[in-house]
Design a protein around this ligand. Structure first.
Ligand SMILES: Nc1ncnc2c1ncn2[C@@H]1O[C@H](COP(=O)(O)OP(=O)(O)O)[C@@H](O)[C@H]1O
Ligand SMILES: [Mg+2]
Length: 304
């Protein structure tokens, strides 16, 4: 199959430091391709090259038959790439339909915006994404998950061949995450889009992707089909040799400052925790696991 998008020897340096060190990658139609890597690996720079925000120093970006050595955001858009940023680019006071057409309004004679037609097409776009909220509503009245669907609808209006999602679930509730993951699968399977999915949530990688690429220090460490991967491979891939540094760390442990014993918060139950001066305690858990609830209760914002 011809890849929707392929990269050949893509390079980018900042101030003499190579950030992308000759990247070769293929993104195929109908495939969700997860991009993983530790902080600083070059993921955002790579996405920037594809969205036109960053211009590569050398190398090629092939989209279908066309070959580019780099492009502006407008050229990237015309070439068929669309990116959904983690922070949405929506205008809260404008309606759903106005946001979908922002910057590329449908205009009739005398330059007037054809609002009714925009609303009709917006409704169709949303319906195609399985959403049916009112396209006349200001975007600020929507939930974060709905706003993201508006972003996706706007991206799809130009029928891209590549859709890029950069950490798309960071601000979503767990229910919205499931909806988004299902939608991403559908966009790949039913419309044949190539999707690049950047996340650090490994469970999502296994759930949504077909292929996984790990970047490290500006290079492709490996690309593998998800069916050949275990959670353990992913954990190893994104945690660069951090061993050692932990053993060397020595907390100056002082007197006991806080002790929780079988603490029940609003959602979180039976927490035992002891903290001493000089310690940094990490509270780890998935979205919705009760971390905030626990901390709020400790601060007196929630009832014990
Ligand atoms: N505009 C820039 N100017 C200078 N250095 C940059 C710039 N953008 C990224 N970098 C550097 O490039 C490296 C890769 O960054 P980035 O692509 O953001 O990685 P990732 O998204 O994988 O965390 C980092 O060391 C970062 O500091
Ligand atoms: Mg990044």
């Amino acid at each position: 199959m011809i890849p929707a998008v392929s990269l050949r020897q893509l390079r980018k340096s900042y101030g003499g430091n190579p950030v992308l060190n000759g990247i070769d990658l293929e993104f195929r139609p109908g495939s969700v391709h997860a991009l993983l890597g530790p902080n600083g690996a070059g993921k955002s720079t790579l996405l920037g090259c594809l969205s036109g925000a960053v211009s590569p120093d050398s190398g090629e970006i092939r989209i279908g038959e066309a070959v580019y050595s780099g492009f502006t955001p407008t050229e990237a858009f015309t070439a068929g790439t669309a990116i959904i940023y983690q922070h949405f680019q929506l205008v809260g006071s404008l309606s759903v339909a106005e946001n979908i057409f922002l910057g590329s309004e449908l205009r009739g004679r005398a330059g007037l915006v054809r609002s009714a037609e925009q609303r009709r097409i917006a409704r169709e776009l949303l319906a195609g994404l399985g959403a049916d909220f009112d396209v006349a509503l200001p975007v600020e009245r929507l939930s974060v998950g709905q706003q993201q669907i508006v972003e996706i609808a706007r991206a799809l209006r130009h029928e891209p061949s590549l859709l890029i999602l950069d950490e798309p679930t960071a601000a979503l509730s767990s229910h919205e995450v499931e909806t988004l993951l299902a939608l991403v699968r559908r966009l790949a399977e039913e419309r044949g889009l190539a999707v690049i999915y950047v996340t650090h949530l490994l469970r999502e990688v296994l759930q949504v992707s077909d292929e996984v690429t790990v970047l490290r220090d500006g290079e492709v460490l490996w690309t593998r089909p998800v069916t050949e991967l275990e959670m353990e491979d992913l954990v190893q891939a994104i945690s660069p040799a951090a061993e050692g540094s932990v053993a060397e760390r020595q907390a100056v442990v002082g007197e006991r400052l806080l002790e929780l014993e079988q603490l029940d918060c609003s959602f979180t139950r039976g927490v035992d925790l002891e903290m001493r001066g000089g310690e940094i305690v990490a509270v780890f858990g998935l979205l919705g696991s009760g971390r905030t609830d626990l901390l709020e209760t400790v601060c007196g914002l929630g009832r014990v």
